[in-house]
Write a protein that binds this ligand. Structure first.
Ligand SMILES: C[S@@+](CC[C@H](N)C(=O)[O-])C[C@H]1O[C@@H](n2cnc3c(N)ncnc32)[C@H](O)[C@@H]1O
Length: 391
């Protein structure tokens, strides 16, 4: 495998994050080949994959295409995969994990193709070298992804391994934390770039605040991770990796921020966790934490962004006690945040209606498999904002 050879790279993301991922890829200078609900395709090399893994905030996995082929049966799958020079890609001392997504008439169980791909790879390595890697479900070493649709199949090297949304800073989770890549997408959707004050009441374990601080510093999302899938393949070059990291690090804004990031929560434990997580992420100095009811959060004079991710209760009985909080959020927006742009990340339309303000925009995201909305409110000074039902 030639680490400079340009091939298709499939970058996957959570549903709802594709547009933000696309913007990130364009910002890094890549041309978009195509985009789909949960992925974007670009062209690039294995070395480009290393940089993408280091920089991308909204991606899950960076998959480097090894082979695309016609495939009508599991026997043909084995043969085609077995032809690839795996002995030049994976050392027998490594550990292999195969992931499959299969939608083809001839197979009704995605475990079986994974097993076939694994056998084809380890048999080849065994034949050429005399020993073979162990295999299983652990994604910490070499990960290979198979996509098989009808009679077409694609085999990718997963250069991320564990999903990139696992940044490594959330040592202390709290109630219902947002996935880091989703939090980054939400912050990107608000247009925050570090040149505005940003207020994050109900911050929980601090994910939104930490992602905002990372964006403000232009600190790469992957800078806390020491492990990536690409490090476990034979073409990995430590020196090139060092160079990539040093180049990217030159663009980190280390100078003190002129603007403020304020994160509060009513729960002392949440703020304890958020502070620890921010420390691990290296951004604690940029965030002002406070324990208070959201309505007592300090909102600096002028313009800025306020983002709230309240609990949204999944069962009917959970919703009623939350109604008054949503009404109070509407009051907080109107009374304390005039001049700001307000955002509410919610998973329940009925509760959103209790806010009593008209949203100027609704953006759809998914938190796990729950369809959520990021509602945008223009909180004009004076009387322009009228009570309305946004749902
Ligand atoms: C859905 S969680 C936020 C999760 C957060 N986005 C994260 O990624 O960790 C909602 C948070 O609102 C806090 N909360 C609930 N009622 C509150 C209130 N009245 N004032 C301030 N915070 C409150 C809870 O303690 C909880 O941490």
């Amino acid at each position: 495998m030639d680490s400079k050879e340009r091939k298709n790279i499939l970058v996957t993301c959570g549903p709802g994050l594709k547009d933000y991922l696309q913007a990130e890829l364009e910002g890094l200078g890549f041309e978009i080949v195509s985009s789909h609900v949960g992925s974007v395709v670009i062209r690039g090399s294995f070395i480009d994959c290393m940089k993408l893994n280091f920089c991308l905030r909204t991606a899950y996995n960076v998959l480097y295409l090894l082979k695309e082929f016609r495939c009508g049966s599991s026997e043909s799958l084995y043969k085609q995969i077995n032809k690839l020079p795996w002995e030049n890609i994976i050392s027998p001392e490594e550990y292999l994990c195969v992931l499959s997504r299969v939608d083809t008439w001839s197979i009704n169980n995605s475990m079986y193709p994974s097993l076939k791909v694994k056998d084809a790879i380890v048999d080849r390595i065994n034949r050429k070298i005399g020993s073979r890697p162990d295999s299983g479900r652990d994604r910490n070493s070499v990960v290979v992804n198979l996509f098989w649709k009808d009679d077409k199949a694609w085999i990718y090297l997963n250069t991320s391994g564990v999903k990139l949304s696992d940044r490594g800073y959330r040592k202390m989770p709290h109630k219902a934390p947002l996935r880091e890549s989703l939090a980054a997408g939400i912050i990107m959707a608000t247009g925050f770039d570090g040149s505005q004050d940003i207020i994050l009441p109900m911050c929980g374990s601090g994910t939104l605040a930490i992602e905002a601080a990372l964006i403000a510093m232009n600190k790469p999302a992957g800078s806390l991770r020491s492990n990536f899938g690409f490090k476990h393949v034979k073409v990995f070059d430590k020196q090139i990796w060092e160079e990539i990291r040093n180049d990217v690090r030159k663009t980190i804004r280390k100078d003190a921020m002129q603007k403020r990031i304020i994160a509060t929560d009513i729960d002392e434990q949440a703020i304890y966790a958020a502070r620890q997580n921010a420390r691990t992420a290296g951004v604690e100095h940029l965030i002002e934490f406070d324990v208070c009811d959201f309505s007592d959060t300090e909102v600096p004079e002028g313009e800025g962004i306020v983002v709230i991710n309240p609990e949204y209760g999944l069962r009917l009985g959970d919703i009623e006690p939350l109604e008054k909080d949503y009404k109070r959020i509407g009051d907080f927006f109107k009374q304390k945040c005039a001049g700001y742009t307000g955002y509410l990340f919610i998973g329940n339309k009925l509760l959103a209606a209790k806010v009593g303000l008209k949203a100027s925009r609704r953006m759809i995201f998914y938190n796990g498999n729950i369809e959520c909305r990021l509602l945008k409110y223009e909180l004009y000074k004076g009387t322009k904002q009228t009570p309305d039902n946004p749902a």
